[in-house]
Design a protein around this ligand. Sequence first.
Ligand SMILES: Cc1ncc(COP(=O)(O)O)c(C=O)c1O
Length: 391
Amino acid sequence: MPYDFDKTIDRRKTNSDKWDEMEGYYGVSPKDGLAMWTADMDFASPPAVNATLMKLAEHGVHGYHGDQTAYLASIRHWMAARHDWQVQPEWILSTHGVVHAVGAALQAYTEPGDGVITFTPVYHAFHRMIDANGRRGIQSEMQLVDGRYHMDLEALADQMDGSERMVILCSPHNPGGRVWTPEELRDLADFCITYDLILVSDEIHQDLVFPGHTHTVMPNAAPHAMDRTIMLNAPSKTFNIAGSKNAQAIIPDPVLRAKMQGVLKASGTGLNRISAMMTTAAYAYGVDWLEALIAYLDSNRRMFDDRVNALPGLRSIPLEATYLAWVDFSGTGMSVEEFTRRIEQDARIAANHGPTFGKGGEMFMRFNFGTSRATLSDALERIEHAFSDLQ
Ligand SMILES: Cc1ncc(COP(=O)(O)O)c(C=O)c1O
């Protein structure tokens, strides 16, 4: 294989959030523990990205970025080639990450106290941003049927009180790994039209989709809802460049776009030259690396599921996308404290706690398997050992 995902790269003491902050959050020391929480991978980024960084370092001058032509062209190329979506350059607004864009969208389209809907369990930063902006989080718990999550729009309609202004969708979904079908996306867009809601679609995981599933960008699924749709995306999960903090809000509707532009301008948002060049290199030259990565992650996913599902009472939800395994411990009959203690203190693994993902996440933990097979195998042995009394 031209890309060596098998190579275990030591990330300790590299200012890595995932490895260097794990002890503070989970009481698991990086000295003998494994980091399986924060959503970045332990792999080197595509060679084209690292070559760009080398070139920048060789030149040695790191001033402001100018001329966005190549950067915008790379994003448009990617959306057209991978997602069958023709994007106009003026639709693209750059942000300092997707979470920054979520905050800007909340400020652009809602007022303090307005209701903002999420489908839980869901990526925890949505709730953090809703709270930090003084909006009211409304958690619509998804239904888990035969290992697949579904949005329950009927139950949501009953739950609403008329103060809701926005829906934030995670597409594909983190955690649980659903790739929403065009029908599901259309139903949600129709729901937003009926109840006059802005639809923010966070598609940061759009490229990490396993064989047999196809991601549909919201603008293709529901072109009739473009006057209320904000599509958020980034190359950061796809190419493992999350530290570069570059993302895009892509907004075809000029009125919606002007509002978002106003908020971004008011907070001094700009384009980081180094990350813009990383994005450009990744989208222009990273496709072969991505195909190889997906094949590797698919094998990791199978290995993780086979071994975790062999433990009585543990159930890893079948993922259609992402490298974030979502494991249900409810079948063990243990308390949350007990299974968490076993993962952290017995297995010495730092994994995300399910309750932080909102309603429906209480009995789960999330494990990041974006790592070398040797590290994953080590993690699985530790989990097997920590739950060996169940066998
Ligand atoms: C659904 C989702 N959105 C956004 C982010 C973070 O995006 P950023 O680092 O660009 O703010 C993550 C990271 O895990 C995520 O899973």
